[in-house]
Design a protein around this ligand. Structure first.
Ligand SMILES: [Zn+2]
Ligand SMILES: [Zn+2]
Length: 308
């Protein structure tokens, strides 16, 4: 029987896709943001500054710190794009995270919609995701409109929103989109504004061919990554109806599949677990591991029509 790799062994680069500096409404200078993430053991970070006409909290251009890139640490041109039309946002603005943008990507116009902005960023080559769905009460119709426009991923964890207002999650939005047929990726980010307080709480581990912005964006688009707040996956494979997980020491290994199907293995210091799917295969599944400190990590979902 062929072994299907849901999450491959290999070298993973650790990075933050969502963060702010003094270039928009953050506390730390761009150089300090880079220094702090580098010091924390990251391989890359993104200065995804608010990009909109409001000068109250937004930058008026896209910051390019790639001149600081080196063999062992890179930044990726990014922005948190805004435009009018979001319900339940204090400013009535959409927030759209775009990594790997061209530096001359134009700001949204006054009449551009959220889905139009997502499409334009995707067409410009960016990896586009939906940030903090829980923080600003993203409606299902709103999430569906962005996914239909081509958004690649959704934050399942936004650290800043989690620690500041206890609205850091995105699981409900992601499961809704998956059941509606949108195969969006699962991301964890910091959305850091002051790294001493809200840094290094959620990140992605990306299996890129090399540590370059282009290689990381390419791996993100391929879904070749996982999201984490602490624990690490080694490998997740599917063979003959069995899902086999190896990981750093955790207390729980969870399988979550379509139609609220799930399973869980408990234990102290677990570094492996297996789930027997039997003959009744789910449409899709994903794996979550949770360590002794309660910190999770999430694989992307895999659709079994792609693997069997
Ligand atoms: Zn935001
Ligand atoms: Zn943000």
């Amino acid at each position: 029987m062929r072994v299907i790799s849901i999450l491959s062994e290999g070298h993973y680069y650790r990075g933050n896709l969502h963060g702010h500096s003094t270039f928009s409404d953050g506390h730390d200078s761009p150089e300090e943001v880079i220094r702090l993430y580098r010091q924390a053991g990251y391989d890359f970070t993104c200065l995804s500054e608010h990009y909109w006409s409001s000068k109250r909290f937004c930058a008026q251009s896209i910051i390019d710190m790639q001149g600081h890139n080196s063999d062992d640490f890179v930044t990726i041109l990014s922005a948190e794009l805004h435009c009018h039309g979001k319900r339940y946002d204090r400013d009535g603005l959409w927030h759209i995270l775009a990594n790997g943008l061209p530096a001359d990507f134009p700001m949204a116009s006054d009449d551009e919609t959220g889905p139009q902005l997502v499409r334009r960023a995707v067409d410009a080559g960016a990896y586009v995701s939906i940030p903090h769905p829980e923080w600003y009460t993203l409606g299902d119709d709103e999430a569906l409109s962005l996914a239909a426009a081509g958004a690649h991923g959704v934050e399942i964890y936004n650290h800043s929103s989690a620690i500041a207002v206890a609205r850091g999650g995105g699981t409900a939005t992601i499961d809704m989109l998956h059941h509606e047929g949108h195969r969006v990726h699962i991301l964890a980010t910091d959305d850091s504004h002051h790294i001493a307080e809200d840094g290094c709480g959620g990140w992605v581990m990306v299996r890129a061919a090399s540590l370059t912005p282009a290689s990381i964006i390419s791996a993100l688009k391929a879904g070749d990554f996982y999201a984490s707040c602490g624990p690490e996956f080694a490998a997740v494979t599917l063979q003959d109806g069995s899902v086999d997980v190896t990981c750093s020491a955790v207390q729980r290994v969870i399988l979550a599949a379509d139609n609220h199907r799930g399973d869980c293995v408990h234990g102290d210091g677990l570094t492996s677990a297996s789930f027997d799917l039997g003959d009744d295969l789910p449409a899709f599944l994903r794996i979550i591991i949770i360590d002794a400190q309660g910190r999770p990590a999430w694989t992307n979902a895999v659709w079994l029509d792609q693997t069997f």
